[in-house]
Write a protein that binds this ligand. Structure first.
Ligand SMILES: Cc1cc2nc3c(=O)[nH]c(=O)nc-3n(C[C@H](O)[C@H](O)[C@H](O)COP(=O)(O)OP(=O)(O)OC[C@H]3O[C@@H](n4cnc5c(N)ncnc54)[C@H](O)[C@@H]3O)c2cc1C
Length: 287
């Protein structure tokens, strides 16, 4: 009977590294020879760097999963921002109206609803776990043919090369929206709350950061996103103050900015013999 299985995970984003850690810390780890390959350089978190543009809302369940592989303690000691409440309202309404949606951690008897965490911090903590396991990490290595393995995992993002090689088709729904992402200072405190206003052109999300700033994800038309990327920071702050209906007072840009075209994409199959797709390679949705 075969007792040794070679698994190659292509992609060291959050999903690829989480899978590698789950397998390396799982009960069948001794039977697995795990390799992670990524085209990019090894990501590294540094507290000396400014908060990265790419942050994610990590729900308590995901934090528990990261804890189960030993990655959460390092994340928790670094720069994360718990959010204790959420407020969601519509363009035609006000944030304090009765029809605005409110969620509070206290309703669920938990200290927080989740955490805002830099993606690079999650990757860094998972890599520290994998450094302690017998997992081979190959960074700076772009895959251009199917690796030889018992199982190849395509964790290589929305434009998955592995998915293409396997001939797995996708269904694509372009949103005709682009997400503008930046960090801002606010006139009023963010109150450890995730704010989201639904506008006709797309939702505006405002996430609390540990240093008092907010991370904004403004989903809007490609034209308005292009305008947002080219105007001065003062003008962008003014546009976002308007879009947020002034819920946190005047907003001023205080960080880098970036634009991400949005679409929904779903692979017609997640698995074929010897191949599995995970993360954005399998399904990508609106942030
Ligand atoms: C603005 C924005 C905000 C978001 N906010 C949230 C949020 O709050 N919560 C949330 O859960 N999600 C959020 N998302 C979505 C989330 O970021 C993605 O779902 C997630 O990062 C996908 O991770 P992944 O590991 O599947 O892929 P990726 O992060 O795309 O990683 C793929 C990796 O594969 C590597 N790769 C690609 N091709 C090759 C190749 N040929 N050879 C070798 N390596 C290769 C790449 O270098 C990369 O490191 C957001 C997305 C956006 C755009």
């Amino acid at each position: 009977m075969k007792t040794n299985y070679r698994i190659v995970i292509v992609g060291a984003g959050i999903t690829g590294l989480t899978l590698a850690a789950l397998l390396a810390r799982g009960r069948h780890a001794d039977a697995l020879e795990i390799t992670v390959i990524d085209a990019a350089a090894r990501p590294a978190y540094s507290a000396a760097d400014d908060v990265s543009l790419r942050v994610s809302a990590i729900a308590n369940g995901s934090a528990a999963l990261l804890d189960s592989v030993g990655a959460w303690s390092a994340i928790q000691l670094a720069r994360i921002s718990p959010y204790e409440a959420m407020r969601v309202w519509d363009e035609n309404d006000t944030f304090d109206s009765g029809s605005a949606l409110r969620f509070a951690a206290s309703e669920f008897a938990v200290p927080q609803l989740g955490f805002i965490v830099e993606n690079v911090l999650v990757q860094d903590a998972l890599l520290a776990v994998l450094d302690e396991c017998s997992v081979t990490l190959n960074f700076g290595t772009a895959i251009d043919s199917l690796p030889e393995a018992d199982l190849v995992v395509g964790a290589d993002g929305a434009r998955s090369f592995i998915r293409g090689l396997a001939g797995i088709k996708t269904t694509l729904w372009p949103y005709q929206q682009t997400a503008v992402v930046t960090h801002l200072k606010t006139e009023r405190k963010h109150a450890a709350t995730a704010w989201q206003r639904f506008l006709r052109e797309g939702p505006l999300g405002m996430l609390p950061l540990a240093d008092g700033r907010i991370s904004v994800v403004w989903s809007t038309t490609p034209e308005r996103a292009q305008q947002a990327m080219t105007v001065s920071n003062d003008e962008l702050g003014r546009l976002l103050t308007l879009a947020s209906d002034g819920v946190l007072g005047e907003l001023s840009v205080a960080g880098p900015k970036g634009a991400f075209p949005l679409c929904a994409q779903h692979a017609e199959s997640y698995v074929l013999p010897g191949i599995a797709l995970i993360g954005d390679a399998a399904h990508a949705i609106h942030p």
